[in-house]
Design a protein around this ligand. Structure first.
Ligand SMILES: Nc1ncnc2c1ncn2[C@@H]1O[C@H](COP(=O)(O)OP(=O)(O)OP(=O)(O)O)[C@@H](O)[C@H]1O
Ligand SMILES: [Mg+2]
Length: 240
C-alpha cells in the first residue's frame, strides 16, 4: 500500500446548529483516485469544505474529529494555510474569472509546489487540454460550460498540488463533454496526481476512480474498490 496522503477520522461537521457530517472517515493514498458518491445534499461539498477549512467558526460552523494531510492536522488550521500546504481545490460551480482570458485565468492561479518544483507548466497543461490552448485568448465568460470546467481543473493543476479536490466537475455538462473530461482525468491519473472527487454521476466516477465511498445523510454507508463493487450496490444507494 502506498503512502497515505489524506485521512479523515470520525469527522463531524456543523453549520450552526445543524449537523451535516456524522463520524465520516476516509483515506486517500498517494497517486490514487478516490471518489465520494452521493445524491443531492448528502454532504459531499461539506466534506471538501471541511478539508479546506472553509467552515468558518465565526459563522458558528464547526468541524470536529481528525483531518490529517501529509502528517499535518488540518482541523483548526486557517484555510489560507491549508491552501498553501499543497491541496488544489476546484469548488463546485465553475468559478472562473469571466472578464479575464483563458490564459490570464491560468496565470493568476500559477503557484509552485510546496517543495518548490513546478511540474505543471503551461505546455503540459495545454497538452492535456488542447481546447484551452485553442481558446487561450477568449474571455472566460465566452467559453462553453465544458471549456469553463476544463479551465477550473487546469487552474487547480497550475497550483502544482500534491492532492487535487474536484467537486462535481461534471455538473450540468453534456454527456459528450463528461466523456472528454473523463479522458483528461484518466490522463492526469497516469501522471501520478492524487485525486479526491465528489460526484453524483456514477458512471463518470467509476470511469475515473479506483476506490469509492458512498455517502447518505452525511455518513459513509459503503466503501470499496470501484472495480469489485457490483453495479447493484450503486443502484441500491444511488439509483442508476
Ligand atoms: N452554508 C450552509 N449553511 C447551512 N446549511 C448548509 C450550508 N451549506 C450546505 N448546507 C446544507 O448542508 C447539507 C449538505 O450540503 P452539501 O452542499 O455538502 O451537499 P452535496 O452533497 O454537496 O450536494 P450537491 O450534490 O447538491 O452539491 C444540505 O442539507 C445543505 O442544505
Ligand atoms: Mg455539492
Amino acid at each position: 500500500m502506498s503512502e497515505t496522503i489524506l485521512t479523515m477520522d470520525k469527522v463531524n461537521s456543523y453549520y450552526g446548529e445543524s449537523q451535516i457530517l456524522f463520524d465520516l472517515s476516509l483515506t486517500v493514498h498517494k497517486s490514487d483516485s478516490v471518489c465520494i458518491l452521493g445524491r443531492n445534499g448528502v454532504g459531499k461539498s461539506t466534506t471538501m469544505k471541511s478539508i479546506m477549512g472553509l467552515l468558518n467558526p465565526k459563522n458558528h460552523n464547526k468541524v470536529t474529529g481528525i483531518i490529517r494531510y501529509l502528517g499535518k492536522e488540518l482541523v483548526g488550521m486557517p484555510s489560507y494555510k491549508i491552501a498553501r500546504s499543497g491541496i488544489g481545490y476546484v469548488p463546485q460551480g465553475r468559478h472562473i474569472f469571466p472578464t479575464l482570458t483563458t490564459k490570464e485565468n491560468l496565470i493568476i492561479a500559477e503557484k509552485k509546489a510546496v517543495d518548490g518544483s513546478q511540474p505543471w507548466t503551461f505546455e503540459r497543461i495545454y497538452e492535456l487540454f488542447p481546447r484551452l490552448k485553442e481558446r487561450e485568448n477568449f474571455l472566460g465568460g465566452r467559453l462553453s460550460g465544458g471549456e469553463q470546467q476544463m479551465l477550473t481543473v487546469a487552474r487547480g493543476l497550475m497550483q502544482n498540488p500534491d492532492l487535487l479536490l474536484l467537486d462535481e466537475i461534471t455538473e450540468g455538462l453534456a454527456p459528450i463533454v463528461v466523456k472528454e473530461l473523463g479522458e483528461i482525468i484518466n490522463e492526469l491519473r497516469k501522471s501520478g496526481v492524487t485525486i479526491l472527487l465528489a460526484e453524483q454521476n456514477v458512471n463518470f466516477a467509476l470511469a475515473v476512480s479506483s476506490y469509492c465511498y458512498i455517502v447518505e445523510k452525511g455518513a459513509i454507508v459503503y466503501e470499496g474498490s470501484t472495480k469489485d463493487t457490483p453495479k447493484a450496490t450503486f443502484a441500491q444507494y444511488l439509483g442508476l
